[in-house]
Design a protein around this ligand. Sequence first.
Ligand code: CP
Length: 309
Amino acid sequence: QAALVSVEQLTNQDVLTLIERAEAFKAGATCQLTRPVYAMNLFFENSTRTKTSFDMAERQLGLSVLPFEVETSSVSKGETLSDTLKTVQAIGVDLVTIRHSQNAYYKPLLVDPNFHMALANAGDGSGQHPSQCLLDVMTIYEEFGHFEGLKVVICGDLTHSRVARSNMQLLHRLGAQLYFAGPAEWFTAEFAQYGQHVALDDILAEVDVVMLLRIQHERFQSAAPMTDQQFHDAYGLTNERAAKLAPHAIWLHPAPVNRDVEIADQLVEAPQSRIFKQMHNGMYMRMAIIEQLLQQKGLIRGSENVSIN
Ligand code: CP
């Protein structure tokens, strides 16, 4: 299967290769398709960045992108994900990117002998968000040129965050030292394997990267246990907290941003923010991901054959 579903399937060398290729695309590299290639982006959860970014990456690589909107599709008549995918495959789609609320929705597809399309996971529930993680590590690598020993604090709604899961797994393996901040009840044993829970105020002077997470109100069973103002005061990146950071430190946020909740409004576009750079890099990283998946399908002409296993 040509599929990128989780950062756990990537070796450290795979990650560096993807960063290198994304940087090459950013510098103007191109690739050639062996025949017309068709892509479809199926988003069963809302998205601005990931969907637009995959769409743009596909077009930059010369793919034709077929529209798909869940609301106007036969999903509304009860058609399953599997049957929806087999349908678009039968019509001739080569590559699908999928975002779905169900964790690991992709597992049955990976063992289905009748599923042949290349697949990029664009986010599954609270499971994985591999393309976001890869654009995050690309942005960190651009800044520091390495991962070993970098101190990264991940702060906010850990429990619901696929971005936190993908990043903690990959950054830990790449040699970064991780810390977690935010409400202690959101720091479970799963996170403790990768780093310790700290008060943001106590760690800011030491860290190289602050990775902020959105409070995902839509995933709480009941109301979030605090108001936005209470969260901002206790755990948000305020102007006072930002002033404690070293001058070389940067902050990231996968966005969408709740301004004045996870981060003070003025800090979103401050000099140490890389939030819009993350979005810019995301398009190039998705070009690199798609190119590798299409290489495995024999759909790229004359480029080095590097596979995601
Ligand atoms: N970061 C991210 O996944 O944003 P979207 O939900 O807008 O795609």
